[in-house]
Design a protein around this ligand. Structure first.
Ligand SMILES: NC(=O)c1ccc[n+]([C@@H]2O[C@H](COP(=O)([O-])OP(=O)(O)OC[C@H]3O[C@@H](n4cnc5c(N)ncnc54)[C@H](OP(=O)(O)O)[C@@H]3O)[C@@H](O)[C@H]2O)c1
Length: 179
């Protein structure tokens, strides 16, 4: 039985064909989406794969957030001087991550967001209680895609000519096990 009371949500942005990346990067730049992402995640814990960290500017963590990077070889990263001096980045293997998901510190009241990429969405989605999904309306000819369930358009949080932001509630594994 899971003891978790952590609220874990995912942030995902897809193009019109459910693409998430092209040539190792997100191929669109949306000020609206970046602003929304920043507002929601500032002050929280974000979880990403090591490939997504590598895709960030200078492979550095996002500021004003605790960055947890999932990797099979944490030791490879923790010895890099550029990371060892920072207090907002941690490198965890799967066992450490799942221990955090299932037995979080009782005094941890921060929100937790899974921010990608594809491998880490697949790994963490069973623990998520919702997805904040940004649907970019254009096709960016991506080479990395997600398989997403049909989205409920009743939950549109925001929409303009460029994109739609949808909140998709999920039933996390914890709830299924508890019921
Ligand atoms: N559109 C979006 O919303 C969005 C969001 C985020 C990222 N992206 C894009 O997605 C791409 C990266 O996605 P990706 O799927 O290739 O990589 P990823 O999920 O970011 O990271 C993959 C890495 O995570 C680690 N990993 C995966 N499964 C693991 C497990 N079970 N246990 C421990 N570590 C594990 C491995 O790191 P090690 O190799 O170090 O062991 C693996 O190489 C980038 O191009 C990025 O720009 C798009």
């Amino acid at each position: 039985m899971f003891a978790s009371s952590l609220e874990i949500e995912a942030f995902v942005a897809v193009d019109s064909k459910n693409g998430i990346a092209k040539d190792g990067k997100i191929p669109w730049k949306s000020k609206t989406d970046m602003k929304f992402f920043k507002e929601k995640t500032t002050g929280s814990i974000i979880i990403m794969g090591s490939t997504t960290l590598a895709s960030l500017p200078n492979a550095m963590p996002l500021p004003n957030r605790i960055n947890i990077v999932v990797t099979r070889t944490p030791a490879k990263f923790t010895c890099y001087p550029k990371y060892s001096q920072l207090d907002n980045i941690f490198f965890w293997d799967e066992a450490t991550l799942f221990e955090f998901f299932t037995n979080p510190d009782s005094d941890n009241h921060k929100k937790v967001f899974v921010i990608g990429g594809q491998q880490i969405y697949n790994l963490c989605m069973p623990f998520c209680s919702a997805i904040w999904l940004t649907k970019i309306k254009m096709d960016y000819n991506c080479d990395l895609h997600l398989t997403l369930l049909d989205t409920n358009v009743n939950n549109v949080h925001y929409e303009d000519d460029e994109l739609q932001i949808i909140l998709i509630p999920l039933r996390p594994l914890q709830a299924l096990v508890a019921s």
